[in-house]
Design a protein around this ligand. Sequence first.
Ligand SMILES: [Zn+2]
Length: 285
Amino acid sequence: MTELDVKEIVASGCLQKMATEPGSPALGSPAQYTLRAGEQRLALNKYLGRSLQLEWTGAIACTHCGRATRKSFGQGYCYPCFKGLAQCDTCIMKPELCHFHVGTCREPDWGLRFCFQPHIIYLANSSGLKVGITRATQMPTRWLDQGAIQALPILAVDTRLQSGLVEVLFKQLVSDRTNWRAMLKGEVAELDLAAERDRLLGEMSDGLDELRQRFGEQAIRELDEVAQQFEYPVLEYPTKVTSHNLDKTPRVGGRLMGIKGQYLIFDTGVINLRKYTGYEIRLTV
Ligand SMILES: [Zn+2]
């Protein structure tokens, strides 16, 4: 065995979403990523340019209850949790369908804590202009997870339901999706988000007034914030995006060329780590 064959395990355990910090783009410092596997934490930026291997052991543990599951549902849950938890219900992805008021919330206590608290409607630029919603406490994590290069909070509301209804209005004019291939190719032009906000609020004023009549004049508040900018640790963007799939190929890797959103960009292809939440992995150098 030559020295090159010796692999060092730098992290092992069940994957969670990477933790992110925005860094200081103005000072040339990009977003900072931390891989989370089980109890282990690994600062990833320093591995840029190095060869890394990611291997799935074949085991998956539910991210909520820890029980072993052969398949992952809803990015990291066992089937009973996926069917039983409020956080896995359709109304989390589509808050306008919130059914708390009819008494059918899967977990009313959880609903009270997570859905009945301030939410923000924002504009972001991940692969072009998009609208989105998030709990106020999730900024700027939410934007970094999407690989946004710019983001601007535009409205604050009191509940998740209200944020969903506002988003439905905006979706008539703006996408709520990220084109992840374009995001990963880095082909994203800067936008004037403040100008987009002013234009959209103007066009949406009738719809917003209707919601204010329903929920109260103070329920939907315009924010006067400055757009935030984000940069990512990327040595070189891929010209063609191919994605790795641990279910088909349990051992992937290559030279780490970048990290953006929840993706690792290898010279051999990209992998969306969030998709493998709960997968037991070994990361070796
Ligand atoms: Zn579970």
